[in-house]
Design a protein around this ligand. Sequence first.
Ligand code: CO
Length: 488
Amino acid sequence: MNIKDQPIQFNCTVLRDGHQSLAATRMTTEQMLPVAPLLDEAGFSGLETWGGATIDSCLRFLGENPFDRLRKLKEVAPKTPHLMLLRGQNIVQYTSFPDDVVEAFVRCTAEAGCDIFRIFDALNDPENLRTAIAAVRACGKHARGEICYTTSPVHTLERFVEFGCKLAEMGCHSLAIKDMSGIITPYMAASLVRELTKQTGLPVTLHSHDTAGLAAASYIAATDAGALAVETSIAPFANGTAQPDTVRMLALLEGNPRRPTHFNLDLLQQIREKLEKVYAELSEFTSPANERNDPDILAFQIPGGMLSNFRTQLRELKMEDRTEEVMREVPVVREALGWIPLVTPTSQIVGTQAMLNVKFGRWKNFAPAAMDIALGKYGKTPGPIDPEVKKLAIKNSKQEPIDCRPADLLEPRMEKIRAELAAAGLPTTDEACVLYAMFPQQTVAWYKGERPAPSPPKDKPKPKLEGARKIKVSVGDRSLTAIVEEVP
Ligand code: CO
C-alpha cells in the first residue's frame, strides 16, 4: 500500500529527546519505568528511548548503567520498536572511534533491545556513517539514515537529496530529516519529503523541534507530502525546544485523511499526568526559556540549545553587550569551516570559535577543535574550507590536513581496552569495553560502585547551567572555560 494511503505514524521521543531538550537529559530510569508500559500501548510506532546524551548523563550524573536502562525499558515496553540516536563514527561522543569499537557498540545495543538506529553525522559525511550502517545491518536491525538539516548556500534541496541517495545506496532501510535547530519551514519540509521519497524509494520521517514554533506546521506539510512518520513528545516534555506534543499534533491533523485514529487518548492523558510529576521533580533542570518559542532562532539560524548557552556564557565572560556580534560571527565561522551544520559536536566548536573571534579578533585565537575541522579531522565538510583559515590551522597546529575518512587512521582498540580493564580487575565484557572507550573515568567509577553525588536539594540556589558540560579552551597562555550544551 502506498504510504500516502496509510495513517501518518508518530514516534514518541519523550524518553530521549523530550527530556534531553527540556530537562538536561536528567530523567532517571526509575522515573521512566512507570510510563514506558503505557507508552507501549498508546499507539506509537516507535519509542525513542536511548542514545544522544542519555548515555553520558546516565554515567556522569545519574549513577546508572545505560545498557541496564535500555534492557529494563525493553522489558516493560516490548511491543513498540525502540529507537536510539547514534552519532555515526563518534558513537555518542565527540570524536571518531575505531571501527571495532563502533561495531561492538552497535552489537551490544542491538542485544540490549534497540530496534531502530537513527544514524547521523554532524558533517553529513557519508564516510562517517558507513561502518555504523553496516554494523546495524549485520545485527539484522533497522538502519535509519539521518540527514542533518541546516541552511547555507551549499545546502540546497539537490544536495540533501544527493546525500539521501548515498544513504540509500549504503544500505539504510529508511531516511529521516533531522532538523535539530527547528528551522525547517513547512514548504521546505514538503519538498524534501517528496523529493527524497521519489529519488530514493525509501520511507522518510521528519524529526523536528518546536523551538521556533515551526515544527507542528512542518509535520502537517510532511504528512501531506507523503512522509512515513513524524516524531512527537508528550507535554510537559514537549513543545518549546522539544518535539510538538502528541495530543496537540492529533488535534492539528483533525480532518486530514492521514490522521491516525488508533491512539488511546485516555492513556495519553494518564501518561501526561505521570510526566507532570516527573517534570516537577526535575524542576532544577528545566527553564521557562526552553518552554517557549524563540524567534531569535530564525533570525540567527542557530539551534536553541546553542543560543541559550551563548547567552549564559557571554554573561559569564562579561560580553553580554556583544551577544549580537557573536551571533553574527557564527555564519562567518561556519562559512570558513565549510558550512558545517550546527549539531553536537560542531555546534559547540563553531559557537566557541565565534566567541573567540569576537573577543580576540578573527582567528587570532584558533580553538584546537576548530582547527581539527579545518584539517579534515572530523570528515569532509559540505563546502570548501577557507584556504587562508586552513593555512593558519596547519601553521598553528603544526599538523597536516587529511582527506581520508578520519577513522581510517585509527588502530583497532577493543582488545587493548579489554586488557586494560582486566589489569584493573574490572569486567571485560563488550559493554564495559565500549563504555570505557567513550567515558573511561565514569565507567571505571560505575563499575567500582562509586556513584555520582545526588543533585543538591531543591531549596539551594539553582546551579548555573547544571545540564551543560564545561570544556576548556586554551587561548595562548590563558584558558577559557566554554560551557556547552548538547544539541539534540
Ligand atoms: Co532532536
